[in-house]
Design a protein around this ligand. Structure first.
Ligand SMILES: N[C@@H](CCC(=O)N[C@@H](CS)C(=O)NCC(=O)O)C(=O)O
Length: 211
């Protein structure tokens, strides 16, 4: 049973992969919401009232709740009847775990960006570690056959597949030197499917929208 989900505003930044993961999911399931751009590095009092952690995404509900953290937001949608995950328990576990790999790639891109742009001097050993971890994760994803379950279910992308599309574009944006598309060409099929989605195109980071 799908309970009524009355969302208010989704706080986001145009480049946040975590916010994009939630935005594309809400759009795919046609759940209406408003968008408020947040500036996490100079957070407004209103934004911090919604999420004291100062992170996007945060989504307000008309019932007064505020949901934070992209993974928790997806779980809340699932709990309220949105078919984010497969019904079968074993399949659900596999898709959710694949989605964690995609989410991990997003986190690596954010950490890499912060290390290189927010510190006076980036620590090369951290930067190397982010690169190595991202390559290892991409390689594991490639081993998991990107043309099959758990990235696809019933002929279309699973939530993990959509999340991976978001993560791959964020990797292009923040870690272009990794050249993931050259090293892991099998992953491109997932991004190609994402790029046929209006929600995915609408939420592209500005630099990628410009091509
Ligand atoms: N685990 C969180 C991570 C959220 C996150 O790190 N958001 C970043 C943007 S991509 C952020 O708001 N950063 C602002 C900051 O670090 O001040 C989620 O999945 O929502």
């Amino acid at each position: 049973m799908i309970s009524r989900i009355d969302l208010g505003q989704l706080y986001l930044t145009p480049r946040s992969p975590f916010a994009r993961r939630v935005r594309t999911t809400l759009m795919r399931y046609e759940i209406p919401f408003g968008e408020t751009e947040a500036t996490p590095f100079e957070p407004s009092a209103d934004f911090l009232k919604q999420n004291p952690l100062g992170l996007v995404p945060a989504v307000t509900l008309k019932n007064g709740q505020v949901w934070i953290d992209s993974a928790a937001i997806l779980e809340n949608l699932w709990d309220l009847g949105i078919p984010i995950w497969p019904r079968d328990v074993q399949e659900r576990i596999a898709v959710r775990q694949a989605s964690v790999l995609a989410e991990g790639l997003m986190s690596l891109g954010v950490s890499y960006y912060l290390e290189n742009n927010m510190r006076k001097v980036a620590d090369p050993s951290w930067v190397e570690d982010y690169d190595a971890t991202a390559l290892r994760t991409l390689s594991r994803i490639q081993e998991l056959s990107p043309s099959k379950f758990p990235w696809w279910v019933s002929g279309d992308l699973s939530q993990a597949g959509w999340d991976l599309g978001v993560a791959l574009e964020y990797t292009t944006l923040r870690m272009p030197h990794l050249k993931w598309a050259e090293k892991f060409p099998d992953l491109k099929a997932i991004l190609d499917r994402c790029l046929t989605s209006k929600a995915f195109l609408h939420t592209r980071p500005p630099e990628l929208k410009m091509g």
